[in-house]
Design a protein around this ligand. Structure first.
Ligand SMILES: Cc1cc2nc3c(=O)[nH]c(=O)nc-3n(C[C@H](O)[C@H](O)[C@H](O)COP(=O)(O)OP(=O)(O)OC[C@H]3O[C@@H](n4cnc5c(N)ncnc54)[C@H](O)[C@@H]3O)c2cc1C
Length: 306
């Protein structure tokens, strides 16, 4: 269903502060640098979100919520309806004692830097994950032995029914790359609070630098990607299974199993979503044949592929 001109005018009237564009290439908003046009793309302030969602519900305009687009594969045909990007307009970070309150659009790097500046330890693991706080809550992002579950105090989100609720992290069923919010389509994370511990600023910075250096050493950061393409199967490493299936550097079109780290699929330049998806399917099939293990995508598929 196309968004009509009248609906676009009404949405523009709701959006007084945030940004609003039509026919926006999603390749500009994903770290894979892939994805066709969104009919409507908005980056709202926190205050604007409830009215936008309410209007879209009333008009039956589908809404796709994204953060920094670092875990997404958007189809080449783009996204019908509205993309609600929780970003700059919702990125305030405040520190009070050992608690950080941040908008869902704040980048993890920004929140981690605020923690370091306040000599708060516990968030170093997240400093190099290129996502927003909202995306990290939904994905229960984690790295180097830490995950959001360890530090989240509570999360404020708009439910699909239009209610704003604050829920303790313990009630969000946070587990490996999963949260209850993932299973509540239409809900929008607005804000989260993180509890950390008093630490030493220099030691915190040293840890962040050490982990950043590890990423540079191990990950193909010179190519667009969405990080680890597949989840870690219990008892295995996806990258090792892919390597053992002889797939290091395996290429389809302009999509490739990274030569540097087999757990990453990279865009060599000009890859389509269809190529990346086909490559992922082929990798899954060959790993299944080689080791009997079923790989499950960590990357989330969004929009129309054909
Ligand atoms: C180079 C690289 C390295 C990476 N390293 C790691 C790593 O070490 N650990 C790790 O866990 N991940 C890693 N990732 C993946 C990614 O950064 C994380 O999954 C991150 O948490 C995604 O956040 P995002 O804001 O980009 O979310 P998006 O990719 O924009 O969205 C991810 C999901 O969250 C939903 N979502 C996002 N924001 C909201 C919101 N405000 N409300 C409701 N739903 C929302 C979307 O609908 C989607 O389902 C890496 C990615 C890259 C490119």
């Amino acid at each position: 269903m196309e968004v009509t001109i009248a609906q676009i005018d009404n949405l523009k009237a709701i959006m007084t502060t945030g940004s609003f564009v039509t026919k926006e290439p999603m390749a500009r908003h994903t770290t894979f640098r892939v994805g066709g046009e969104a009919d409507v793309f908005v980056e709202p302030t926190k205050e604007e979100v409830p009215a936008i969602i309410e209007y879209c519900r009333k008009e039956e305009i589908p809404v796709t919520v994204i953060g920094n687009g670092s875990n997404l594969l958007v189809g080449d045909k783009g996204i019908r309806g509205m993309v609600l990007c929780i970003g700059k307009g919702m990125s305030d970070v405040t520190v009070e004692g050992d608690v950080i309150t941040a908008g869902a659009g704040a980048l993890l790097s920004k929140v981690a830097a605020a923690a370091r500046d306040a000599s708060l330890t516990g968030m170093e693991f997240a400093a190099g994950i290129p996502g927003s706080l909202g995306g990290a809550v939904v994905m229960n992002a984690g790295a180097y032995g830490g995950e959001m579950k360890d530090i989240l105090l509570d999360v404020t989100y708009l439910t699909a029914e239009g209610e704003i609720v604050t829920v303790p992290a313990t009630e969000l069923d946070l587990s490996y790359r999963h949260s209850a919010i993932m299973d509540m389509p239409g809900s929008v994370v607005l804000e989260a609070r993180i509890r950390l511990e008093k630490g030493d600023k220099e030691a915190i910075q040293a840890k962040m630098s050490e982990l950043a250096a590890k990423r540079v050493e191990k990950q193909p950061l010179n190519f667009p990607s969405a990080g680890s393409t597949f989840k870690r199967p219990e008892g295995y490493f996806a990258g090792k299974l892919i390597e053992d299936a002889g797939l290091r550097g395996f290429t389809m079109g302009h999509a490739q199993v990274s030569e540097k780290h087999c757990g990453f699929v990279v865009n060599l330049g000009g890859a389509t979503a269809a190529e990346i998806r086909s490559l992922m399917e082929e990798v899954t099939k060959r790993v299944r044949e080689n080791s009997g293990v079923e790989l499950v995508p960590e990357v989330r598929f969004v929009g129309e592929f054909e």
